[in-house]
Ligand binder design. Structure first.
Ligand SMILES: Nc1ncnc2c1ncn2[C@@H]1O[C@H](COP(=O)(O)OP(=O)(O)OP(=O)(O)O)[C@@H](O)[C@H]1O
Ligand SMILES: Nc1nc2c(ncn2[C@@H]2O[C@H](COP(=O)(O)O)[C@@H](O)[C@H]2O)c(=O)[nH]1
Length: 213
């Protein structure tokens, strides 16, 4: 974002949803439009999909390596999701917060709960709902990245995930993509503008008050 004033306190923007509701697509566009926003690249034990890039979409690791990282307390949060393990590495988030940078998380509701518990001042939780479960299934099928049984498991898990939507700060129904993206971008901009995140305001205000007119 241009005309950056510092120091600031960063936003931890967490976007969660049932699988297929569209959070990754929304997060990708938010990243593309906001150079200063850093994606928390998760670790996962799931198999890499065609088109995915190790280190960009995820860090793909073995179950043994994932367990070693849990034992080393290397995760800010981790969870079992749809039969695999996923976790947000702690180091990049700690560094971003220390430097007042914003971090975007594309994680499930358990991760949203845990990050908000650990960083209550910084976390902003957004839940993406699908227009219907039928449309959710259609999107997963059209995405053509998962086997039929994996898709059915994800659709079956959707209600259990939607049940947790009450704990989120914001909810977006992702029917029209552009409109949903505009809502997400507005949330991000508004959260960045909150007084307590803009630590530079005190000095700025004092300078204005010293002005003689
Ligand atoms: N508003 C929308 N209308 C129609 N299709 C959409 C919309 N938003 C996203 N999609 C499509 O739905 C599919 C699923 O989207 P996406 O991969 O972003 O979901 P996700 O919530 O991140 O899923 P997962 O949790 O499995 O990663 C993609 O093919 C995407 O292009
Ligand atoms: N709690 C966490 N959930 C995560 C993390 N990274 C991704 N996820 C969520 O897992 C499901 C499935 O993702 P997929 O890429 O296999 O389709 C989805 O809800 C992700 O948001 C994480 O680090 N922690």
């Amino acid at each position: 974002m241009s005309n950056e004033r510092t120091p600031r306190r960063g936003v931890l923007l967490i976007v969660a949803s049932p699988s297929g509701a569209g959070k990754t697509s929304l997060c990708r566009r938010l990243m593309a439009d906001h150079g200063g926003l850093e994606l928390s690249v998760s670790m996962t034990t799931r198999d890499i999909r065609p088109g995915e890039v190790h280190g960009r979409d995820y860090n793909f690791v073995s179950h043994e390596e994932f367990q070693r990282l849990i034992d080393a307390d290397a995760f800010l949060e981790w969870a079992d999701v749809h039969g695999n393990r996923y976790g947000s590495p702690r180091g990049p988030v700690d560094r971003a917060l220390a430097e007042g940078r914003d971090v975007l998380f594309d994680i499930d509701w358990q991760g949203a709960r845990d990050v908000a518990e650990k960083c209550p001042e910084d976390a902003v939780r957004v839940f993406i709902l699908p227009p219907s479960l039928e449309e959710l299934r259609r999107r997963l099928v059209t995405r053509s990245q998962d086997a039929e049984d994996v898709i059915e498991r994800r659709v079956a898990n959707a209600k259990g995930e939607i049940e947790h939507c009450d704990m989120f700060d914001y909810v977006i129904v992702n029917e029209d993509f552009d409109r949903s993206y505009a809502e997400l971008a507005h949330i991000y901009h508004a959260e960045r503008s909150r007084r307590f995140r803009n630590l530079w305001v005190g000095n700025y205000q004092a300078a204005l008050l010293r002005e003689v007119v």
